[in-house]
Ligand binder design. Structure first.
Ligand SMILES: Nc1nc2c(ncn2[C@@H]2O[C@H](COP(=O)(O)OP(=O)(O)OP(=O)(O)O)[C@@H](O)[C@H]2O)c(=O)[nH]1
Ligand SMILES: [Mg+2]
Length: 454
């Protein structure tokens, strides 16, 4: 790791826009793939008559992904530039895999929003509203840094045309501003061709009209991420699996705080405790890790009776330590912006919310007030309903156990997307949380401990 800063990235974009191809080609040029494995993959792609997937198949490994040429499960791939180590998630573009997509974006420091310049593909991303929706999802999931790669510049309908690039750049920049990215510096927009590798790891001669950064330079220009000052530990679980040597292993991003080998951690919901036995960061063993790091943690103290099983843990649980341990929310107050909702929302409405890596049903128990978007002040108390465009303060009651926090204390755990009918119909920021009591710590074999009075 040699002390290089680590940055986690999510590649997001409409289905088929070229995310997997571009990421795989970039990794190949930066020497991130094991040579022998990559050669076998290329040989297979040539043999099966799918040479354009010779790099992409290093990331799309499932048989169904290779058959259909589409990503289903997000893949984590590490690569290094001169100055940074990147952990990049290639996300599925298809809307039916949106829960995979949202839990990934909640882990990233930065998002690369990819769009295709090919004729018809860009128009489709605009007309379906997908390009804008993806920008909004990134903002909602708390990603502060976004950059845009416009790919397929080599397509025969584009032929590296500057005017086409400028048209797309203008529209995407406007979307990003519209959904909330209002920083002073303009969002970097880079023209690339993932398939032929133009402008990825080095500048392209085909686009001499372009004076900006190459794709890798645009990432390096993000610099090291500004992470919050030391706070208590919060680590939402993304994945859990069983490993022959390490035992039960959880994967996730440390949103706040730090961990080190030997500390006790508590899982919320559940109250189960365990000890951190090993930590892996970008595939290498480390003794500690801090905010922003994506880690795999081996659990257990060596005492078999205290060993947690993978079935004890699930995605969406939050790991915390003994300082300010995480608790589940009984109810919470949120400021909700209603977007793209086809009807009206009343008390009793119960959509799903996506918050950090969790997705849970959550009831709008009481609409407390409507907020004037211009002044930020309440314009109506106890409104009967809310429609698209309205901002409302709502008392919300999760219908499944979930740990959330106020946005001011733990921003990544205090922001959520409202999902209904397969779409994002609103976004919310958590202002206050009424918590359930922190469960009494226990290891899994104490589930039915008669002395447990909770
Ligand atoms: N001409 C051209 N074709 C490309 C380029 N990048 C990708 N493609 C083609 O576009 C198709 C989709 O590419 P993928 O990389 O699988 O797209 P994706 O965004 O990962 O798709 P999902 O995983 O389904 O969201 C494939 O047939 C690629 O060969 C490019 O830069 N130029
Ligand atoms: Mg893909």
């Amino acid at each position: 790791m040699a002390g290089k800063p680590q940055v986690s990235l999510a590649l997001v974009g409409p289905a088929g826009c070229g995310k997997t191809t571009a990421l795989a080609r970039l990794c190949s040029e930066l020497g991130a793939f094991p040579a022998e494995e990559h050669k076998q993959c290329q040989d297979l792609a040539w043999e099966l008559g799918r040479p354009s997937h010779r790099h992409g198949w290093m990331l799309d490994r499932l048989p169904c992904e290779r058959e259909e040429g589409t990503t289903v499960t997000p893949t984590l791939q590490t690569f290094k530039s001169q100055s940074c180590v990147y952990s990049a998630f290639d996300t599925p573009g298809r809307e039916d895999f949106v829960s995979n997509f949202l839990s990934i974006t909640s882990l990233a420091d930065a998002a690369v929003l990819m769009v295709s310049a090919a004729s018809g593909e860009w128009e489709m991303a605009v007309e379906s509203g997908r390009a804008r929706e993806l920008a909004l999802d990134c903002f909602t999931m708390g990603i502060k840094h976004v950059l845009v790669w416009v790919t397929k510049m080599d397509d025969f309908t584009v032929q590296f045309d500057q005017a086409r690039f400028e048209e797309i750049k203008k529209a995407v920049t406007a979307y990003l501003k519209d959904v909330g990215y209002k920083q002073k510096d303009p969002v970097p927009v880079v023209p690339i061709a993932g398939l032929s590798g133009e402008n990825l790891a080095s500048k392209s001669a085909e686009m001499s009209w372009y004076a900006g950064h190459s794709a890798i330079e645009s990432l390096d220009a993000l610099g090291s991420m500004n992470r919050p000052a030391e706070k208590p530990l919060r680590l939402p679980v993304l994945k859990v699996h069983d490993q022959p040597k390490a035992g039960t292993v959880v994967v996730g991003r440390i949103e706040t705080g730090s961990i080190r080998i030997g500390i006790k951690v508590i899982f919320s919901p559940s109250g189960l405790v365990s000890e951190v036995r090993s930590i892996y960061k970008a595939g290498e063993p480390v003794s500690d890790a801090r905010e922003g790091d994506i880690v795999s943690i081996g659990l257990g103290s060596g005492d078999e009776s205290e060993q947690l099983r993978p079935s004890d843990i699930r995605r969406g649980m939050v790991i915390s330590g003994s300082t300010d341990p995480a608790a589940d929310a009984e109810t919470f107050l949120a400021q909700v912006v209603v977007l793209n909702h086809p009807g009206v929302i009343r008390a009793g409405y119960c959509p799903a919310i996506a918050v950090h890596t969790a997705q849970v049903p959550c009831e709008f128990e009481e609409l407390l007030s409507k907020v004037d978007r211009k002044t930020g002040k309440d314009s109506e108390t106890n409104p009967a309903s809310a429609k698209s465009g309205d901002v409302v303060t709502v008392k919300m009651r999760p219908r499944a156990l979930v740990c959330v926090e106020t946005f001011s204390a733990y921003p990544p755990l205090g922001r959520f997307a409202i999902r209904d009918h397969g779409r994002t119909v609103g976004v919310g920021v958590i202002k206050e949380v009424t918590k359930r009591p922190v469960p009494k710590p226990r290891s899994h074999n104490q589930y039915f401990d008669p002395s447990d009075d909770t």
